[in-house]
Design a protein around this ligand. Sequence first.
Ligand code: HEC
Ligand code: HEC
Length: 196
Amino acid sequence: MKRRVLMVTAFALALSAFSALAGGGNAQKVQYCSWCHGVSGQGFVPAPRLAGQQAEYIENQLQGFRQHTRPSSFMWGAVKSLDVLDTRDVATYFSAIAPEAADDGDKVAASAGKTIYRRGIPALNIVACAACHGPNAQGIGKIPRLGGLSAFYLKTRLDQWAHGNLAAAPAPMPQIARQLSPSDIDALASYLSFVK
Ligand code: HEC
Ligand code: HEC
């Protein structure tokens, strides 16, 4: 019920932003995405921010939703509106928008998250996240930008991998997340939500 209210609100917001988005050839498809992903793709619980995300990563995820290798009660239907060419255009469109940080994490937990992000947890053989996601969590190519994604979304993703819910997910995230404790996950999600 609560989710439905959120969606209706997102829909109203997206309509009011339509004129701002209506420039490109894919305006209508982008508008449809914005119903859930928020105005200018800045994210809207539970749909993550797409603005500033790596284009190649966006394309890969859309393919995963299409092939049902990534579960989602929302995206399996949403990808049906995209053909192969549109997918690339839409990915490029969102990746070019300047991302805004969600800032929704716990400030106290964030400092422990910063340490794990930068140094890993050597005692448990957990690699520094920065080694792949970049020093400023900006991502590259197939590796997503994490900086400024909502703590809510980051925590959901890491929890899903940690609990082995995503059997078909590609390495290395399931292996990494399985070694993180719930408080490590809270700390990392909090820290990353503030990274600009
Ligand atoms: C009905 C709501 C809804 C619509 C419409 C929607 N999305 Fe999503 N999208 C979600 C949710 C929710 C998630 C997070 C996965 C989950 O929990 O199901 C998501 C995840 C994604 C992801 C993965 C992001 C990441 O960081 O891994 C991409 C990429 C994406 N959506 C792109 C799109 C595009 C492009 C469109 C328009 C064609 C679109 N979405 C339309 C709700 C929606
Ligand atoms: C060896 C490289 C590597 C390391 C180290 C790594 N990641 Fe990742 N991460 C990836 C790749 C590749 C993906 C994309 C997976 C996919 O396409 O499904 C990813 C995806 C993610 C996502 C999904 C983002 C989204 O938008 O849905 C999160 C969250 C994440 N990683 C967090 C972390 C954290 C936290 C750490 C450190 C504890 C970490 N990663 C360490 C390679 C890495």
